[in-house]
Design a protein around this ligand. Structure first.
Ligand SMILES: NC(=O)c1ccc[n+]([C@@H]2O[C@H](COP(=O)([O-])OP(=O)(O)OC[C@H]3O[C@@H](n4cnc5c(N)ncnc54)[C@H](OP(=O)(O)O)[C@@H]3O)[C@@H](O)[C@H]2O)c1
Length: 243
């Protein structure tokens, strides 16, 4: 099968930093399913892995996390999926990645592909969505339901991959006031279109901007990127007992 991989962590300009090669088609065992991959997404984690984690000498590492595709074969203990099912998932950093024609994944981390989405649309979702969901509900403890939550959720880096999903989850599934940070006209517009009640500019002092908006207290902050730059400011405007 065709795959894309690397042997050494090389500068991306190097022709060997990523190359096409023929890999053996993997056989599913246990609870693994084999997926005929129709679409993958590129995520910042791909370049971080490629830069930092070289495979053992002589081996090729296949990159890629998110995928959407069709179940092509199943291991003997699989109970949740059958050949022909359309699926999407985020894969595992411990295994070969999804940038290949066929891919093995444990059925327990796989979902049925939503029928309303194309393969490419479905492949764009898993890793950012799982991250945003776990952050919002498991870590920050946001309360699901549309009754009014008298707190503001501030999302620093709202237009990024995780932030874009987080804005939508928070607006559709909670009663929080949602404020995102963005610096560029297009990223500010994007956050508002996704549902943010307001946008502040993380390139300027945030406390004054937040005070001007006369929001409910900022009880929850998802600081998604450059936290070292913003930590002190966040502590200044965050409500007591905030998370
Ligand atoms: N992507 C994933 O699936 C994933 C999964 C697990 C964990 N994570 C982690 O989640 C965090 C966010 O990842 P991401 O992929 O969502 O990031 P991303 O897409 O690369 O984030 C881009 C955003 O960062 C904003 N930004 C740039 N400089 C900033 C600054 N100085 N202060 C605040 N915001 C700034 C930009 O806003 P403007 O353009 O408006 O300035 C832009 O919208 C990272 O720590 C990552 O390791 C990500």
């Amino acid at each position: 099968m065709k795959a894309v991989g690397y042997k050494k962590s090389l500068p991306i300009e190097d022709a060997e930093s990523l190359f096409d090669f023929d890999a053996a088609k993997p056989e599913p065992k246990g609870r693994d399913i084999r997926v005929a991959v129709k679409a993958i997404s590129a995520n910042p984690v791909d370049y971080k892995v490629r830069k930092r984690a070289a495979p053992p000498e002589g081996e090729v590492k296949i990159l890629g996390f998110d995928a959407a595709g069709v179940v092509d074969a199943v291991g003997p203990d699989v109970s949740l999926f059958k050949r022909g099912d359309e699926v999407f998932y985020a894969g595992s950093i411990l295994r070969q990645g999804t940038n290949s024609e066929f891919h093995l994944v444990d059925e327990r981390i796989v979902g049925a592909k939503p029928k309303t989405l194309s393969f490419a649309q479905a492949a764009a979702l898993p890793l950012t969505s799982i991250t945003a969901w776990e952050l919002l509900f498991d870590r920050l403890g946001a309360v699901p339901g549309k009754s009014l939550d008298p707190r503001t959720l501030l999302i620093v880096g709202g237009a990024g991959g995780v932030g874009s999903i987080l804005i939508q989850l928070a607006r559709r599934l909670t009663g929080l006031t949602v404020v995102a940070t963005a610096t560029r006209p297009e990223s500010q517009k994007w956050c508002l279109e996704l549902g943010a009640h307001a946008v502040v500019d993380h390139g300027k002092p945030m406390k004054e901007q937040i005070e001007k908006l006369k929001l409910p207290p900022v009880g929850l902050v998802a600081s998604l990127t450059y936290t070292d730059q913003h930590y002190k400011a966040i502590a200044d405007f965050m409500a007591p007992q905030g998370k």
